[in-house]
Design a protein around this ligand. Structure first.
Ligand SMILES: [Ca+2]
Ligand SMILES: [Ca+2]
Ligand SMILES: [Ca+2]
Ligand SMILES: [Ca+2]
Length: 318
């Protein structure tokens, strides 16, 4: 009820508003901090403030500022958090009236709550994981997490930096809402055989004094592509075998290696001769590269065999 009456009076005595003063104070100023000498600025003295029962009327329940009649000053009653009061709205100001009685007077007062850089940019998800094929092409883009800094103006988020890497460059795209899209763009092909994992750091910075930063980790796992053919340990394997050797004798074991991973490096050995008698005389253990005598050999028939052996990883061969 008291509030309604005050509102009524504020309409009735609108013409009695003789002045408007404004002050500013940094957010988070401790309780008791001086905002301004209102008595001086309104041309009143403390006697008038006391006799007029001067008080603050805010129109809502917020009670951050106190009027000290004896000193004629406004002070901080409750610490103010600009982020809580105004979010991203600027400027952030509290508007209220100072009311005096006998005779009734109204004064409009605005107190601007000035932002301080009390928030570092923060990544909600501070660990990013990417699985990227080594066959990814230059220019491939990967969307990164954005950081949040609830401060405003220069105290808000300004830019991002990526830790040193020759493989990726950072690309920032401004959005109409003032936000930035953060991407890393492939600059140099990845090579799993050289480096299977990359550990990068994305840093977000604000423009405050001092500047605050936030970081997020980027973990890139390079996925294998079958870009290596098997390679034999020797270009030529030589073996001798007596003509009375038994069927099933291992003549020699050939061996190839493949720099890839998993199925891309799983080698199958085979004989690639097209002449039928060699394919009948010798068999290849597909898995371990053992060349096995599959029939009886005759020194008088042939003293020399040239066997072409192939190693294959499913896609690529040697
Ligand atoms: Ca900040
Ligand atoms: Ca702030
Ligand atoms: Ca391979
Ligand atoms: Ca590979």
């Amino acid at each position: 009820m008291g509030r309604l009456v005050l509102l009524f009076f504020s309409f009735l005595f609108l013409s009695l508003v003789t002045a408007q003063v404004s002050y500013s104070i940094p957010e988070e100023s401790p309780k008791g901090s001086l905002i301004g000498n209102i008595a001086r600025d309104l041309g009143l003295d403390s006697k008038r403030l006391i006799s007029g029962n001067a008080r603050i009327f805010t129109g809502d329940n917020t009670d951050y500022i106190e009027l000290k009649r004896e000193r004629g000053v406004l002070i901080v009653k409750e610490k103010m958090d600009r982020e809580l009061l105004c979010g991203q709205t600027t400027p952030c100001a509290l508007h209220f009236q100072v009311i005096l009685e006998n005779p009734m007077e109204f004064y409009s007062v605005a107190v601007e709550i000035v932002d301080i850089n009390d928030n570092a940019p923060l990544f909600e998800k501070s660990d990013m994981q990417f699985n990227i094929s080594e066959s990814a092409v230059i220019g491939a883009k990967f969307l990164l997490e954005r950081a949040i800094d609830p401060d405003v103006g220069m105290n808000g988020l300004q830019s991002y930096f990526l830790s040193k890497t020759e493989h990726f460059a950072l690309k920032l795209k401004d959005q109409p809402d003032g936000e930035k899209i953060v991407e890393m763009v492939l600059q140099k092909p990845l090579d799993r055989e050289k480096q299977e994992e990359l550990f990068l750091v994305l840093t977000a910075v604000d423009g405050g004094e001092p500047q605050l930063t936030g970081t997020a980790k980027i973990h890139v796992t390079v996925l294998d592509a079958n870009d290596n053919a098997p390679v034999f340990t020797k270009p030529l394997y030589k073996a001798t075998i007596p003509e009375n050797a038994l069927k099933g004798t291992v003549v020699i074991r050939v061996s190839a290696s493949d720099a890839d991973k998993g199925l891309n490096s799983k080698i199958r050995y085979s004989i690639s001769n097209t002449i039928a008698d060699i394919r009948d005389l010798f068999k290849m253990n597909e898995a371990n590269g053992d060349l096995i005598l599959a029939d009886s050999i005759d020194y008088e028939k042939a003293r020399y065999y040239q066997i072409h052996v192939q190693a294959s990883d499913g896609g690529l061969t040697d």
